[in-house]
Ligand binder design. Structure first.
Ligand SMILES: Cc1ncc(COP(=O)(O)O)c(C=O)c1O
Length: 389
């Protein structure tokens, strides 16, 4: 007799990811042009790789580190937070995590009880939605205002608050829209959090890729927010370190201690060779970050130019951060984004991500990634022009 494991209700409620399904389908298509991957295609800079190799050769990477991370790395992170985020942090307020993902997950588990509501300005990163669901929390979607560059709907957030609301979770720059939330929006959000006794979980994965004079603002830099914010960061995007799985969180010491109780059963500690690589990344030359950012800006401009030529098919808000954008599909058949993206894949050999993966407000859109070489962008758009025109 075959046995089917009785998985938890929590897990069985989770729908298969539209992103992974598109990745699987894309593998079946020959010579596909990828606009669907939100990961840097450049390699990790050499000096960062060397630091990991040296740590391995010197016998430093074979054991666990302190669960919260190597002391030298946490000190380097504290310096970075003071310099670039205007966050005054002690080492004891920092936990090095397995990418931003583990930090976000640990934060959600530390804060959310079953039935608690978490407000997600959306569309938003699909993983946030799943993390809240896995913790048996309820995601509450408050649409961003698309026609205003996907800005925060502060009134909408106020109206969505109920006695069960526990937290607000957002990413800025946003995945999938590329929106950078402005300081004034985040200050107003902080006022709401303070008034209603809510905690804010931030995902600042794309903090260094900001264009057109916009500025990244960390809500934890507001002194009145102390004890109310878990800020999640990662080296994944900044230094093209997707596979190294290294990120970190900052929260006031009492909250960080509670999050540490989740971090240990999830990971014990972040991979130690990667922690040495991260130390080299944070303390070494930063020119590579500027180079990535310059490339993404050029690629964004190219993608916008190419989208302009398809203005009867797509309407878009120009992203001012990150390396993703989220055009609306103007065609009638685009109202079901999953079907539209599958057709585009099969018939034009272009892989994109359906907007529905980013919450209900994402429907009717598709996510395009421009962290790829310009030739790939041109190849994808040449094909789309031939197919959609
Ligand atoms: C907004 C956002 N947060 C986090 C991640 C993943 O970060 P990490 O690799 O550090 O876990 C991604 C990856 O695409 C992302 O887009």
């Amino acid at each position: 007799m075959t046995h089917t494991a009785r998985v938890s209700e929590r897990v069985s409620r989770i729908q298969p990811s539209a992103i992974h399904e598109m990745t699987r389908l894309s593998k079946e298509v020959e010579d596909v042009a990828f606009l669907s991957w939100a990961k840097p295609t450049t390699d990790t800079p050499q000096h960062i790789k060397d630091a990991a190799t040296n740590a391995i050769q010197d016998g430093l990477a074979g054991g666990y580190s302190e669960t919260t991370g190597l002391p030298a790395l946490r000190e380097a992170i504290a310096e970075k937070l003071a310099r670039d985020n205007n966050i005054t942090a002690r080492s004891s307020e920092i936990i090095v995590t397995v990418g931003a993902i583990e930090g976000l997950c640990a934060a959600v588990f530390a804060l959310i009880d079953p039935g608690d509501e978490v407000i997600l300005p959306s569309p938003t990163y699909s993983t946030h939605i799943r993390q809240v669901s896995i913790a048996s929390g309820t995601p509450v979607f408050v649409p961003l205002i698309e026609e205003d560059g996907f800005s925060l709907d502060l009134d909408g957030i106020r109206k969505a608050i109920t006695p069960k609301t526990k937290a607000i979770m957002y990413c800025s720059p946003n995945n999938p829209t590329g929106t950078v939330l402005e300081e004034r929006e985040l200050r107003a959000l902080a006022d709401i959090a303070i008034e209603h006794n809510l905690t804010v979980i931030t995902d600042e994965a794309y903090e260094y890729f900001i264009y057109d004079g916009h500025k990244h603002f960390s809500i934890a830099s507001i002194p009145e927010m102390a004890g109310r914010v878990v800020s999640c960061f990662t080296l994944t995007k900044t230094y093209a370190m997707t596979g190294w799985r290294i990120g970190y969180i900052h929260a006031r010491e009492d909250l960080a201690r509670q999050i540490g109780k989740i971090h240990i059963p999830l990971a014990i500690c972040a991979p130690v060779a990667s922690q040495y690589a991260a130390l080299a990344a944070l303390t070494g030359p930063q020119r590579c970050v500027e180079e990535f950012s310059e490339h993404y800006l050029e690629a964004r401009n190219l993608m916008c130019d190419r989208l302009d030529r398809l203005d009867s098919v797509f309407a878009y808000q120009k992203p001012n951060g990150g390396y993703l954008m989220f055009p609306q599909i103007l065609l009638k058949e685009g109202s079901d984004s999953a079907t539209f993206c599958k057709k585009l894949l099969r018939e034009a050999r272009v892989s994109t991500t359906p907007g529905i993966a980013f919450g209900p407000t994402g429907e009717g859109h598709l996510r395009l990634s421009f962290c790829i070489p310009n030739e790939q962008i041109n190849k994808a758009f040449d094909r789309m022009e031939a197919y959609l025109r």
